[in-house]
Design a protein around this ligand. Sequence first.
Ligand SMILES: [Fe+2]
Length: 396
Amino acid sequence: MPTALPPSSTHFEIRPLPAALRKETNIGAEMLLRGDQLFIDPDLITDDDRELLRTALYEHSVLVVRKQKGIEPSVLPRLARVWDDHAKSTHSGGAQMVKDKDNILSKNGGDRIPRAPQVSVLGSGHFKDYEGLPEVRLRHLNQREFHADPLTEDQVQSGQTRFYRWHLDAPLYERLPGRVTLIHGVKVPTGQTQRIELESGENLHVAPGASAFVSGAKAFSLLSSAEQEFALNTTIQYAPRAYEWIRDCKATSDGLTIARVGDERALDDLPEWSWDKVQSHPMVWKNPGSPDKPLLEILGCCVYALRTKDPQTGQVTEISDLARVREIVHGMQKKVLRRPEYIYAHAWEEGDLVVFHNKGVWHSITGNLDGVERILWQCTMESGVEPEPALEGSKV
Ligand SMILES: [Fe+2]
């Protein structure tokens, strides 16, 4: 029987990760540089290469280029354009890093690289004179403060960890999410494998600080047909200034949603906002690679209301009871977290450049990195276009 050769071009070869890592995730491939290229070079990328790389991203969702330590940071935003014709010139988090210590997105102490302001520096540890920054104090999330029902000290000491916030990189206010996110592991943690206990009781074993991914297509495929129909016809209204709104809230142990209603900030207590800038997105997005495999894309912690269109009558029903809204989306999202086989956890090697389909997966950091040093560069560019619904005309 003929075997399909992996796609290849003059400059790149795509090699799916070993089956033991991919499991049933449909995620993960290595992007090998051909010839004498040491670093991926956007200037060398031809139209054929671009086609190959786009196809690979849609097929494998997470692409890994090894041994890129020393790459110029300005290459990352240029690479984003390889996969996204609509990438603007700014990071989707804004032209500058938010520095408010109480903002949940800036608690990590991250900063931007002055010579490449679209690239954030994230991680863990205290670094001086790094990349033109006099001082950075990077902070990894901590399971003692993130979840409503945190792990005990004994559990942490025994190597247990959790997912934090499952999300896509999306500000949900003013700026639209980019097609891809690029993360470069400059300094990566080493140490014992850690363990995440899933709701089923099964364990997912992860390298320290592994980045976890699930496929939105896989998540959609696990829904019942009634749930799929509901999801295809539903639009999610996100909260105004969503990350400010939940800043005092704690997450469920699986990191998919907020554990209880009542801790959200009052809407009139939020930084200045207006409804025309607050985003709503379809619950299911069109898959540019495989239209028959639509993408369930939900930022569970940030949902505010749901609007569902009856496909027969066209009548729109709004669900605004927050507890009910969260219950519905949590019920749908948690199916893909039931089994370790559905979750890809990237074990970082120094120099890795990971490109992931931000509009096709959900991701979460993991790990307990107390006292451990790590430096990541992250780049995700604001897009000029809204995510497309999988079902035309369904957005309301
Ligand atoms: Fe992220």
